[in-house]
Design a protein around this ligand. Structure first.
Ligand code: FO1
Length: 312
């Protein structure tokens, strides 16, 4: 059994490779929910949906989120009514948010409705939201203003310097049913190449998760989302630097050293391997750019092999 801690786009690409390396039924994904937000009264879980849509083969590769072949009639109609449309919800994507919101309102948990949606879309990987309780990433801008994650990431196009991040509600939240159990029972835990601060960070901040990983860190492997000092996609490198963490594989190793015994880095960072290992993380060098599902599969096999996992 492999447990993967996942955020958005980078994780989804990696998971597509992972489920080519091992049977999907051997994989449990714990997905970040601190990006979740309510738009037009609908509960949107971006990282969960990105994982489910990608594993279902329905995601829009080029956009990196939402569904392929999407149409935007509701957004256009909403704009005509003067509604806010900066957070784009496609016509088919809206069905997911309508179903999820209705189920939550009738008392279902996020775990239950996530399992229903994944199953309805034919996803055989077990997808767990990190928590059924509300946890919201709040971003403190350099100006001192605090905004929601989607305000920062989408409305402001993450084009503003930050000086702090906090996960509102995380201390009072519990890991979703099955999260701690699957981490304890896993042969291998993989930390996907997601943003270490805002995608993996909330999962590690949940009570019990970091402890559950550090006691088995020899079979926890992380894949760096930073290659040659830059994020493959998104603001991860800039966010690290703005938070005073070195935007390099050494900085990533420092963030993960307590919970992961091994960090996989790209060949471009080969000369930083010794520095990574000084943080206490073993460093494995391998091509990390997932330019195709086959490349993602090769990377997944390297990660699994690094900790003696199945399919390595
Ligand atoms: N990202 C954008 O840059 N613009 C959007 O309008 C947008 C809408 C959106 C709708 C549903 C969804 O699941 C994701 C969406 N995203 C959008 C991406 C989202 O902000 C990110 O995937 C995560 O929050 C960070 O990984």
């Amino acid at each position: 059994m492999i447990v993967a801690l996942a955020g958005g786009v980078g994780a989804a690409r990696f998971l597509r490779g992972l489920t080519r390396a091992v049977p999907p039924t051997q994989v449990t994904v714990v997905s970040n929910t601190a990006d979740d937000d309510v738009f037009h009264g609908l509960h949107v879980s971006p990282d969960v949906d990105t994982v489910v849509y990608t594993l279902a083969g329905l995601s829009d590769e080029e956009r990196g989120w939402g569904l392929a072949g999407e149409t935007w009639n509701v957004m256009d109609a909403l704009a005509a009514l003067g509604g806010g449309t900066w957070f784009r919800l496609g016509d088919r994507d809206l069905a997911t948010h309508l179903l999820r919101s209705g189920r939550l309102r009738s008392g279902a948990t996020l775990s239950q409705v996530t399992a229903e949606i994944a199953s309805a879309l034919g996803v055989r990987v077990r997808v767990l939201p990190m928590s059924d309780d509300p946890v919201q990433t709040r971003v403190e801008l350099a100006s001192g203003e605090e905004v929601s994650f989607q305000d920062y990431f989408v409305r402001l196009a993450h084009d503003v310097p930050i000086r702090g991040i906090r996960f509102a509600g995380v201390d009072a939240a519990s890991p979703a049913p099955g999260v701690l159990e699957s981490i304890a029972a896993a042969d291998v835990v993989v930390i996907c190449p997601s943003n270490p601060i805002v995608s993996i960070g909330p999962i590690l901040a949940l009570p019990g998760v970091a402890a559950g990983l550090s006691c088995r860190r020899d079979s926890v492997v992380a894949v760096s989302p930073i290659v040659a000092g830059a994020a493959v996609k998104g603001p991860a490198a800039r966010m690290l630097a703005e938070l005073g963490i070195e935007a390099s594989v050494s900085g990533v190793a420092g963030v993960y050293a307590e919970v992961a015994g091994t960090l996989v880095v790209d060949e471009a960072d080969r000369d930083l391997a010794a520095e990574v290992e000084r943080t206490g993380c073993r460093c494995v060098v391998a091509p990390s750019l997932m330019s195709s599902p086959a490349a993602a599969e090769r990377l997944a096999r390297v990660a699994l092999d690094a900790v003696g996992g199945p399919g390595g």
